[in-house]
Design a protein around this ligand. Sequence first.
Ligand code: FE2
Ligand code: FE2
Length: 201
Amino acid sequence: MGKVVDNTEQATFTNMVEGTQEDWGKIAKHAMQFSKGLADRVLDHLRLLDGDFGGFPIDRLQHSLQTATRAHRDGRDTEYVVCCLLHDIGDTLGSYNHADIAAAIMQPFVSEKNHWMIANHAVFQGYYFFEHLGMDKNARDQFKDHPYYEYTAQFVHLYDQAAFDPDYESEDLAFFEPMVREVFKQPKRSLYLDVLDKNDG
Ligand SMILES: [Fe+2]
Ligand SMILES: [Fe+2]
């Protein structure tokens, strides 16, 4: 038997076919509250990369911070820097498709261009090491004619593949937290955008 529910706070249906507008009003209220904590949950998840070296010279959190720091010091805007910070957040759950995880988390909040860059960065990163694994280092060329090819190649070259230096002094995570909160404050794209707009405030 499940927990006793407080009907003033929770929907009472046992099948969605029985759901009412009142039920969904309660759920929407909770969802609005819960979504406000997204930036904190993302930051908590990013911290899971701390101490995860995976054979690299620096751990994955330090790699993320270094990627973001290099971009920030190079004058990139907040959205871009946050993409840098979070581009490998999928390493914990997406062992075979980590770029897809970061891209899915960021998709509502960033431009199509930045989303594409994050979603495809892994194959572009391969240009710098795939040959050492007997793979095709030019696999990125499948996107040669894509409008975001150069943009993504540049991200990987300047910031991602370059961010494994144990002697580089990166900013810490606290430095980037306000930027993460700013980017995750308001979705630009979502199936639920109309509902969010109506319930905002
Ligand atoms: Fe990556
Ligand atoms: Fe990376």
